[in-house]
Structures are given as C-alpha cells and as structure tokens.
Design a protein around this ligand. Structure first.
Ligand SMILES: Cc1cc2nc3c(=O)[nH]c(=O)nc-3n(C[C@H](O)[C@H](O)[C@H](O)COP(=O)(O)OP(=O)(O)OC[C@H]3O[C@@H](n4cnc5c(N)ncnc54)[C@H](O)[C@@H]3O)c2cc1C
Length: 77
C-alpha cells in the first residue's frame, strides 16, 4: 500500500482570501508569535503557517492565537 499525503497547506484559503499574505511555500505569513496575519482580526497557526510540523507546535500556536484574539476583541469593545 502506498499512502499519499500532501504536506502543503490547502491552497483554497489563500486563493479565496484577498489580502492574506503567504510565502513561496503557500504558508500563511504571521507577525511574530501571536498568529496575526496580514488581515486585521485574522489569526493563523499550525501547519498552515509553519508547513508540516508537529501537534504540540500547532497546539501552542492555537493557544497563543487564542490569547491574542481575546486581547483584540477586548480592545475593540
Ligand atoms: C502521516 C502523519 C503522521 C504524523 N505524525 C505525527 C506525530 O506522530 N506526532 C506529531 O506531533 N505530529 C505528527 N504529524 C503532524 C501533525 O499531524 C500536524 O503537525 C498537526 O496535525 C497540525 O495541526 P493543524 O491544526 O495545524 O492542522 P491539521 O491537523 O491539518 O488541521 C487543519 C484542518 O483544517 C481543515 N481545512 C483545511 N482547509 C480548509 C478550508 N478551506 N476550510 C475548512 N477547513 C479546512 C482540514 O480539513 C483540517 O481538518 C503527522 C502528520 C502526518 C501527515
């Protein structure tokens, strides 16, 4: 059996999201460690940002982004 698994981020998001900066590998570009993308109020983390990596890194990115999203919403209110 040959298992075929893509390791590049799904191109659908970048092709349907104007203003979302991606790098030459198709990964979403974020500003620093909080996951902020080039679009205001849009945060990203995990393999879509780093490329193929690990669950623990994705979970860490999710936690950091959640904190940043909370701060963003609190400051907007
Ligand atoms: C075969 C294999 C074995 C691995 N083994 C390990 C291991 O032993 N230990 C380890 O730490 N890591 C392992 N990894 C890596 C680990 O699976 C990933 O690093 C981790 O799952 C990344 O989490 P994520 O949430 O960023 O992305 P994902 O888990 O890939 O989740 C992304 C989700 O977004 C969804 N999605 C994509 N595009 C869209 C869209 N346009 N609209 C809506 N939903 C969308 C996808 O369907 C998916 O559910 C392995 C990976 C592979 C492929």
């Amino acid at each position: 059996m040959i298992i075929s698994i893509g390791t590049s981020p799904n191109p659908l998001i970048r092709s349907t999201t104007p203003g979302l900066e991606t790098n030459k590998h198709g990964c979403i570009v974020t500003d620093g460690d909080n996951g902020l993308t080039s679009r205001e109020g849009v945060y990203a983390g995990g393999d879509a940002v780093t490329g193929a990596a690990t669950v623990i890194l994705a979970m860490g990115a999710g936690k950091a982004a959640a904190k940043a999203i909370d701060e963003y919403i609190q400051n907007k209110a």
